[in-house]
Design a protein around this ligand. Structure first.
Ligand SMILES: [Zn+2]
Ligand SMILES: [Zn+2]
Length: 132
């Protein structure tokens, strides 16, 4: 992880962040790269990936590790919930009427210090449904 002093919101990072925000799909690094490349044709996938990792390590964005799939990125680091397509892995935000917090759920975390919570609904996305 970079030190505080080393972190700068470079124009490259800003562009990556803007493109991540523009995609409501929780894209993979490769998908972010495809979008960023239209604005910064000389950028490499490695650079996009490293910047995404740095932004995530800073808590500015969030990494989503999808079981059996490629890591995705979420521009919203706040606690919220997702629905994931069991066919293609597409991830979207869902709004819960009654948001839950770790304190509500965990009576005895078994000695763990709880640092986060992840909740995911599973479904079939509109694109996959239309192919069925
Ligand atoms: Zn799907
Ligand atoms: Zn999200």
């Amino acid at each position: 992880m970079e030190s505080n002093r080393a972190f700068r919101m470079t124009s490259q990072r800003r562009t990556i962040l803007e493109e991540l925000k523009g995609a409501m799909t929780h894209p993979t690094a490769d998908e972010v790269y495809q979008r960023v490349r239209r604005r910064l044709p000389r950028i490499s996938l490695g650079t996009v990936y490293r910047n995404l990792e740095t932004l995530a390590a800073r808590g500015i964005i969030r990494k989503l590790d999808v079981p059996g799939g490629q890591r995705r990125f979420d521009f919203n680091p706040e606690l919220h919930y997702h629905v994931r397509c069991v066919h293609c892995g597409a991830v979207r935000d869902v709004v819960l009427k009654v948001p839950i917090s770790p304190d509500q759920v965990l009576k005895d975390p078994g000695g763990f210090e709880v640092v986060g919570i992840q909740m995911e609904f599973l479904g079939i996305c509109p694109a996959c449904r239309s192919r069925q």
